[in-house]
Write a protein that binds this ligand. Structure first.
Ligand code: C5P
Length: 425
């Protein structure tokens, strides 16, 4: 059957890109019904959407004709997927709070179908605590959320908040439509839905077993500047570290999450410190001590430039690139391993592409850690949603099956709680 998309367009400058999105979805064989909020109509007209969707366009909750012919409840349920693109900070706030004060938000509250929100907004609005809090809540509610792109904004500022390319949105729509549909409303919704289901399980298994404990976590990459516009970094989405922070908070711990530059909302109940470079990360980690356990998940850049240029490096016409002198960054894990305030339990991660366990064993000793969580990154672990890890300790190796990152986090936190508990009894 032809996949049916209900496309809700809210009012941002990126709304004009919804026309291209409609074209791409239709090209992929989907039928599209469009709903425009009042402010979206300032950017695109119902007429142009009507022509492109070849369907009536809906704008008004109290339009009796539409109500008689279809009704808003039906409209919200006659789709296989509801897509909100662009999703402004305003509509995300309404969705997170269950506000239904126009047709678009009423449909979103009434639907029983999966929802994909594609945010687009000014960079400061994106990073605002309120928006991040709303995104976190929407994640927990099972809404799929795409991360906006970085780039120059319509307002002239630069940063995260641009609507992802319509091609990318269309691909994500296709991916979500292909997920298994089951009676369970949470089934078929990956990572965060698993997180929601896990939530109850982890509460049962972990309870508040980490209450009164301080868990320190690093996550994401570091960016080491070359000049004001270029940097050295590792590939890391931060997803695994953020999932561990969320799991630790759910288990009742006080959690400090030192995060490199990533586009992820702060998990509920977690204190987040944002840093850019390895040296900043080390200093934030040391400031957060003492901690009962430290879990160093960050993919820290091993090197930085000896001194970053104040001005953008230019090609000088000689054909010779500007020389880069690299110096080694501090090893945060090893520093903690030999620190006067060494946490009772110190856990490192090892991303390897070969001889996983062998390298992890060596790392354990070299860095003075208690456990190394080794993962094979030869596949698409970086940025992906699943992870197969081996826990390497002085007493042996425990291999876990491939699991969503949320479940790896829950299992690891349960193991941390076990390791810490004898000391508290
Ligand atoms: O040596 P390698 O980078 O593979 O070690 C990975 C582990 O060490 C991870 O836990 C990572 O967070 C930590 N690390 C660190 N500081 C560095 C490099 C790695 O804390 N400069």
């Amino acid at each position: 059957m032809t996949p049916r998309i209900l496309l809700i367009i809210s009012g941002g400058i990126a709304a004009y890109k919804s026309l291209e999105l409609v074209r791409l979805l239709r090209k992929r064989g989907m039928t599209v019904r469009a709903v425009l909020t009042e402010s979206a109509q300032q950017f695109v007209t119902p007429l142009s959407l009507g022509v492109l969707t070849e369907n009536p366009v809906f704008t008004d909750l109290f339009n009796l004709k539409d109500e008689q012919e279809i009704g808003h409840i039906q409209l919200s349920r006659q789709a296989d997927l509801v897509v909100v693109a662009p999703a402004t900070a305003n509509i995300l706030a309404k969705m997170a709070n269950g506000i239904a004060d126009d047709l678009a938000t009423t449909l979103l509250l009434a639907t029983d179908k999966p929802v994909l929100a594609v945010p687009a907004m000014n960079v400061r609005m994106w990073h605002h605590r309120a928006t991040q809090r709303n995104l976190e809540r929407l994640h927990a509610d099972g809404v799929h959320i795409m991360t906006p792109d970085d780039g120059e904004m319509a307002c002239g500022e630069f940063g995260t908040g641009r609507l992802p390319d319509p091609e990318r949105i269309a691909a994500e729509v296709e991916r979500l439509l292909a997920l298994p549909k089951q009676d369970d409303p949470l089934a078929g919704q990956p990572d965060f839905a698993v997180g929601v289901q896990r939530f109850s399980t982890s509460l049962e298994t972990n309870g508040v077993r980490l209450a009164g404990r301080h868990i320190l976590i690093t996550a994401g990459p570091t960016h080491e500047p070359i000049d004001p516009v270029r940097y050295i970094a590792n590939r890391s989405s931060g997803k695994q570290g953020f999932a561990i922070a969320a799991a630790a908070a759910r288990a009742g711990a006080r959690v400090t999450l030192v995060a490199g530059p990533v586009h992820l909302p702060t998990p509920e109940g977690v204190t987040r410190v944002d840093v850019q470079t390895a040296r900043e990360m080390l200093s934030a980690v040391e400031s957060a001590l003492p901690a009962d356990a430290a879990i160093m998940v960050a993919a820290v850049a091993d090197w930085r430039t000896a001194d970053a240029a104040d001005q953008k490096l230019k090609k000088d016409g000689s054909g010779q690139p500007a020389p880069l002198t690299l110096v080694e960054n501090p090893d945060i894990l090893a520093t903690l391993g030999h620190h006067a305030q060494r946490p009772a339990l110190l856990i490192g991660f090892a991303a390897e592409t070969q001889n996983i366990a062998g390298h992890a064993q060596a790392k354990l000793a070299r860095k003075g850690a208690d456990w190394i969580v080794a993962n094979d990154v030869s596949g698409d672990v970086m940025g992906g949603d699943a992870n197969a890890v081996q826990i390497v300790t002085a007493s042996g190796i425990e291999a876990w099956p491939a699991l969503p990152k949320g479940q790896v986090a829950d299992k690891l936190i349960a193991k941390v709680a076990d390791a810490l508990s004898p000391r508290s009894d």
